[in-house]
Design a binder for this molecule. Structure first.
Ligand SMILES: [Zn+2]
Length: 215
């Protein structure tokens, strides 16, 4: 899943307006922030395998630290705690919940390659076997997340309006591009682009969200 994770981050702004959208995105996407780093240093493995499912050309050979349920619960507690001590205690549950939500959403979309714990059983409902089914779930989720975010914040200036609108549109374009574009040329290209793209979206969301006020 891709924009479905961002959808939950956007929606969470309603309950924790004091937390930057970048932090909410980082929580919902923590698994996919850690993953390319762990692939780059050789701790986790992925193979380029066009047709692995209808949606992804990737075979997630091993990703127990970024994508097992057990480790995501641990990362959720750690990240929730880090954010809560800098903000308010109540945000702990929201941040931890977002981190763990990544597993639940990926469990729905991936074929059975989502580990419960390292070396444990792998699960997945395989929504990715259907492009139409995947879009039918993710696009409405994303639009719902955006509408909740819009109901929770308003732009303070042009940056808040246009930088945010451009970010929202870019995420959607990248998502559609994933469906239509060629597979990545190499694993190195994959993790490089994933790290750079993740950093870009976090910085961009931090910047745009700073120019919006909670309603
Ligand atoms: Zn993921």
């Amino acid at each position: 899943m891709f924009i479905g994770h961002f959808a939950l981050g956007l929606a969470a702004k309603r309950v924790t307006p004091q937390v930057s959208l970048a932090v909410l995105f980082a929580a919902a996407q923590l698994a996919d922030v850690l993953w390319p780093i762990l692939v780059a240093i050789g701790i986790e493995q992925v193979r380029i395998d066009p047709g692995n499912t209808a949606v992804t050309p990737l075979d997630f050979v091993s990703y127990p630290y970024s994508h097992s349920l057990a480790l995501l619960i641990v990362w959720g507690i750690v990240f929730g705690w880090i954010v809560a001590v800098r903000s308010r205690r109540e945000v702990f549950a929201v941040i931890a919940g977002l981190v763990v939500s990544h597993w639940v959403l990926d469990y729905v979309t991936h074929r059975p390659d989502m580990p419960l714990y390292p070396d444990g059983p792998k699960l997945g409902l395989g929504l990715w076997n259907s492009r139409l089914g995947t879009m039918a779930v993710e696009v409405p989720m994303y639009l719902a997340g955006l509408s909740i975010y819009f109901s929770a914040t308003r732009p303070r200036d042009g940056v808040g309006r246009w930088a945010f609108a451009l970010l929202a549109a870019t995420l959607l374009i990248v998502y559609v591009g994933n469906f239509t574009g060629p597979p990545p040329p190499s694993v190195t290209a994959l993790w490089s682009v994933s790290i750079a793209g993740g950093a870009l979206f976090l910085a961009w969301s931090w910047w745009a969200d700073r120019h919006r006020d909670a309603i």
